[in-house]
Ligand binder design. Structure first.
Ligand code: NFE
Ligand code: MG
Length: 503
């Protein structure tokens, strides 16, 4: 007989997510993903000045604000009939890249590492490092506390198999602390060109308001060099070590098998030439992206809006009492298919398109992990893809910063049209992100966002097709119903952000 388990809230993800699984014979037989909060940013935008869109949509999230700002200014570029100044396009890339690096380091060290690294190893720490000694005292306090909630963020935790080697654990724990400093550096790098972070003020239609000067170039370059060292010497080796210790996780968490990328980091004026290419991978074949194939179903979502609408005609009408609905996320579909988005999707699409820069790197990664390319569609493959992408982007940043031209214009004049429409597609750290704007009488008539975690954590659609994480959970072992660690690892491998997903 099926037994139902609910993980609510699932910790160490951004926002409020509940996962319900039906377990039969020690494995997940069915899964349900519920976003548990409503925000209504799309409704807040209606009737406002179009220039408010990039400021307000950045408030969707403090982790990936730049990507919302980018999708927004790209939609405004189209609606205003302008293209960004070349210097502005380069600065947008540098700002967005710094935010990616921050986000990927955050996910690995501060959100998911403690799924694998044994934090209790710090109790055996005998060294003199004041930060690690402080951490040991913190974890000791948590261990002694018999109150469930004040003891956070490390204990209690789901018990199960963690990394065994004390030195490996202590090394990763030291990197957990170092990663906090690295994220600050990445934030500073983004702020040098974006004005501030989170919620950059410098992103505008036509480019970026900050100029290209020796001081901001030097500041960005030095921070990127430190980040590249951390990625090469800590992040990648730690992911490889975790992968080596948990090889089963190349077989756990296989997703829906379809991958979507909008493409990101335009290297020329043309969207088609992006560092990470656009495309859709269905049943092993890569197709050109057709944004006209995107719709959102709401049968199981807490909305009374019409179902199956395209984003440009999308509606946001909350219906908290809706019978049968179980999530505040809509269910985005591409030609009716559930598709996975994120770093793994971007690399899979790039490999299927035989991208000359990316394909050999992914092949090397799979060889290093001792698995075939197909095994990357898994929990461990998602972590490895995120780390590899972080390196790819950071290395490219070092080239972009050297290619800037001092004093080159970074923004353009524009006028707000009386009427207009725009679609802004980009890739956020967690995957494909689109904003759609309709302008009437110089005001926002409608604004719709379709967001990475909305794709990945979506509930069932109108045809009862489960969303990507709901599919990935099926078959996951549950060795101890009181400690469903395996299921939590599957969910966290997607790096969900529910604030974004419900927006
Ligand atoms: Ni709130 Fe975001 C990213 C976006 S995820 S983190 O990356 O857009 O849905
Ligand atoms: Mg939306």
């Amino acid at each position: 007989m099926a037994k139902t388990l609910t993980i609510d809230p699932i910790t160490r993800v951004e926002g409020h997510l509940a996962i319900r699984v039906e377990v039969e014979g020690g494995r997940v037989a069915a899964a349900y993903s519920s976003g548990e909060m409503f925000r209504g940013i799309e409704m807040i935008l209606q009737g406002r000045d179009p220039l408010d869109a990039q400021q307000i949509t950045q408030r969707i999230c403090g982790v990936c604000p730049i990507s919302h700002g980018m999708a927004s200014v790209r939609a405004l570029d189209v609606a205003f009939g302008i293209r960004p100044a070349p210097g502005g396009r380069m600065l947008r890339n540098l700002i967005q890249a710094a935010n990616y690096i921050q986000s990927h380091i955050l996910h690995f060290y501060h959100l998911c590492a403690l799924d694998f690294v044994d934090i209790t190893a710090i109790l055996r720490y005998q060294g003199k490092d004041p930060a690690l000694r402080g951490l040991r005292e913190w974890v000791e306090r948590e261990q002694k506390s018999n109150q469930l909630y004040p003891a956070a963020p490390f204990l209690p935790r789901y018990e199960g198999e963690y990394l065994k080697d004390t030195e490996a654990n202590l090394g990763a724990i030291a990197h957990y602390l170092e990663a906090l400093r690295m994220r600050a550096l990445a934030h500073e790098a983004a702020a040098l060109f974006g004005g501030k972070i989170p919620h950059a003020t410098g992103l505008v239609p036509g480019g970026v308001t900050e100029g290209i000067r020796p001081d901001n170039i030097a500041g960005y370059r030095s921070r990127i060099q430190q980040l590249r060292t951390f990625i090469d010497q800590c992040y990648l080796p730690d992911v490889v070590a975790v992968a080596g210790a948990f090889p089963d996780y190349f077989k756990i968490g296989k997703g829906c098998g379809n991958f979507l990328s909008f493409g990101v980091f335009p290297e020329t004026d043309e969207q088609a030439q992006t560092l990470l290419p656009p495309g859709v991978l269905v049943a092993g074949r890569v197709e050109a992206l057709d944004a006209g194939q995107i719709t959102e179903d709401v049968r199981y979502s807490l909305f009374s809006s019409r179902s199956g609408l395209k984003p440009e005609a999308g509606e946001t009408r909350p219906d908290p009492e809706k019978s049968g609905a179980y999530s505040w996320l809509k269910a985005p579909r591409y030609r009716g298919l559930a598709v996975e988005v994120g770093p793994l999707a971007r690399l899979m699409v790039a490999c299927a398109a035989q991208d000359p820069r990316i394909t050999p790197l992914v092949g090397d990664l799979a060889r290093q992990a001792g698995v075939g390319l197909a095994a990357l569609d898994s929990v461990m493959g998602r972590h490895a893809a995120r780390a590899l992408e972080c390196k790819l982007i950071a290395d490219r940043c070092a080239e972009w910063i050297d290619a800037l031209t001092l004093g080159e214009p970074t923004c353009l004049p524009f006028t707000i049209p009386r009427e207009g429409t725009g679609m802004g597609l980009t890739e956020a750290p967690r995957g494909a992100l689109g904003h759609w704007i309709q302008i009437r009488n110089k005001k926002i008539a409608n604004y719709q966002c379709v967001v990475p975690t909305t794709w990945n954590m979506s509930p069932r659609d109108d045809h009862d097709l489960p969303g990507p994480v709901e599919q990935a959970l099926v078959g996951t072992p549950v060795t101890d119903a009181a400690n469903p660690l395996e299921a939590a690892r599957v969910v966290r491998s997607f790096d969900p952000c529910i604030a974004c997903a419900v927006h």
